[in-house]
Ligand binder design. Structure first.
Ligand code: SAH
Length: 249
């Protein structure tokens, strides 16, 4: 897979794309990253990428020319039809499901906005999709592009152990069960006995129940999308009272 990121601040990506699992994914040839500064595509004398908004108001707006030309150039060099995605708080809320869909693509072009954002013609005529990483406003799309890249790349074949994402939070439509590692007793805080029992079936059952209970306690909204057996409904019923809250008590 190829992921190209259009940004005015390419240096911001150095650490994120060249450390840890993202670095390994690239070394294994699972992904090829390129960060391109769309300022390099400006045709005006001062390499300006933004201008005042028509109609007045605060802030600057990213002009169409550099972004249209940068995307056209990257598309011309691509062997397939890349998917052009704008990072914007007005986009579709990014989820694990969208990460799974994007992991099937061959080539993504993520465009990072800045200032007041994009001229609307970029949104209407250049973007195939728009993604938001949450209901808050960042100064630029770089952190959002990093979040999307990280979530997508960890799903690619051979990047991390396959089993580890089957159970990940959200993959099964609920939160993942709690994890414990050595020591079995840390300063009087003990690991649940079942996990030390070596009884795989019981462990699997316990984990499934824990995943359901914590989803009921923390994210009851997620349960609307999964079908529960009568036993499962009974198990979580006590946690679905009025006191259920997404906030940790
Ligand atoms: N005035 C715009 C916000 C601009 S923020 C509005 O109200 O919609 C500047 C840039 O940061 C955006 O163009 C976008 O690329 C990025 N950005 C900010 N918040 C974001 C979010 N929640 N998700 C994705 N990108 C975001």
């Amino acid at each position: 897979m190829k992921i190209e990121i259009l940004s005015l601040f390419p240096e911001m990506f150095q650490g994120v794309l060249h450390e840890s699992i993202m670095k390994r994914a690239q070394e294994k040839g699972e992904v090829d990253f390129a960060v391109v500064n769309f300022r390099d595509y400006t045709t005006n004398k001062h390499n300006k990428v933004d201008d005042y908004p028509y109609g007045g108001g605060a802030g600057m707006v990213l002009t169409p020319q550099p972004i249209f030309d940068a995307v056209a150039d990257l598309k011309a060099q691509s062997e397939c039809t890349p998917k052009v995605i704008l990072m914007t708080p007005q986009g579709r809320p990014f989820t694990q499901k969208i990460a799974e869909e994007l992991a099937q693509e061959e080539h993504l072009i993520l465009v990072c906005g800045h200032y007041e954002g994009f001229d609307e013609r970029i949104v209407e005529h250049l973007a195939d999709d728009e993604l938001s990483i949450g209901d808050y406003v960042l100064t630029g799309g770089e952190l959002a592009a990093m979040v999307v890249t990280d979530a997508v790349v960890r799903l690619l074949d051979d990047v991390i152990e396959h089993d580890s994402h089957a159970n990940d939070s959200f993959s099964m439509g609920m939160l993942e069960y709690p994890h414990y590692t050595r020591p079995a007793d840390y300063q009087g805080m003990a690991v649940p006995d079942v996990l030390l029992s070596g009884h795989h079936k019981n462990i699997e059952q316990w984990r499934h129940e824990q995943a359901l209970i914590r989803t009921a306690k923390r994210r009851p909204d997620l349960l609307a999308n999964i079908t529960l057996t009568a036993d499962e409904q009974q198990l979580i019923a006590p946690f679905l009272t009025v006191s259920s809250s997404v906030q940790k008590k």
